[in-house]
Design a protein around this ligand. Sequence first.
Ligand code: SAM
Ligand code: SF4
Ligand code: SF4
Length: 380
Amino acid sequence: MPEYIGPNAMPKKIIPIIDYRHSKTAPVIPAVIEEPNGLIGDAFGRPLQDLRISLTDRCNFRCVYCMPIESFGKDHVFMPRASMMTFEEITRIAQIFVNHGVQKIRLTGGEPLLRKHVENLIEMLAKLKTYDGSDLDLTLTTNGALLGKKAQSLKDAGLNRVTVSLDSLDDATFKRMNGVDFPVSDVLRSLDVAHSVGLGPIKVNMVVKSGMNDQEIVPMARYFKDSPFILRFIEYMDVGTSNHWEMGEVIPSAEVVRRISAHMPLEEIEPNYTGETAERWRYQDGGGEIGVISSITKTFCHECVRARLSTEGKLYTCLFAESGHDLRALMQSGKTDQEISTALAHLWRLRADRYSELRSANTKSKTQTGKKIEMSYIGG
Ligand code: SAM
Ligand code: SF4
Ligand code: SF4
């Protein structure tokens, strides 16, 4: 296996000449077909290790920071079902990614549990092996609404663990944020069921939006302290355009840690692995740990080993990409696995995305001018 030169190989001050987000969507099949060897590096030496697959652009929530009701109302036109990749196509393409070094697959959306018979897909994906023959880390992010009902069948199908989004313990705040009056108690019940069937360790994601739920930081930390769940605070991100993001609505992770520490002292601990997006902090009294994901104030593009596959089968090499590369079109036009694999390797080698770093370098405020894709389309 070739030696990976490491994320530090990424030049810090060079701005890419080509902004790859604007390149053409049709993937090219290079003339020379190559065999995958479990490791490809992008333009900055970042390997391809993590794949997020969006199973649907639909959702039963209308979170203010993701699918605000004003933009995703009754008239909103979602993707026709025929445009969605089939389970066979997803599994085939996932195998191709795995051959290039992917070790972790996360199913997301929209709300992935809305996809009919999702357990069948999980069964198919759970059979895939990493390049060196180990089991994949197969996980799913959900809003928890349907998790209580489905946890056992997801576990039986081979899902390893889940991440559950929950932005508040206060019903009024949570209902205002999820946009559909969904109660906190149902998510908490789902968390318990998921834990009892063994879908752990379970992470709980809280997006913090200033003036909306930041008063819930300490109560959430207190509730999940000494519990089997790992609470992670996510900085509100400028993903998509429909949420009308403003820098002033971001609470920096440092402030989150400061507020919690004032009541329950924290100390920073080592990451579990290189490239972990969450910084880890543990309670000094041994009450477990929390994570903070500082997508805005402490960017981690230099360690980003993540690819995203949209519901219709387009590869996005960055959360902030404006266009994707239509891998499903390659499958539908009868290309072989070797051809698609070679096209993927070519795309990854060209990858020079580092949107968040450039945003930070430019200004600490809104920078995007073009049309960004929505989080609900590409998956978080
Ligand atoms: N529907 C599922 C859920 O909410 O868990 C999966 C899809 S959702 C797009 C994935 C994650 O993205 C969630 O944890 C959500 O809170 C997060 N997210 C969505 N919009 C965000 C934003 N503007 N900033 C930060 N995180 C966001
Ligand atoms: Fe739906 Fe998840 Fe987006 Fe909320 S964050 S609207 S639950 S996709
Ligand atoms: Fe990765 Fe793009 Fe996010 Fe940077 S901005 S961490 S490259 S997804």
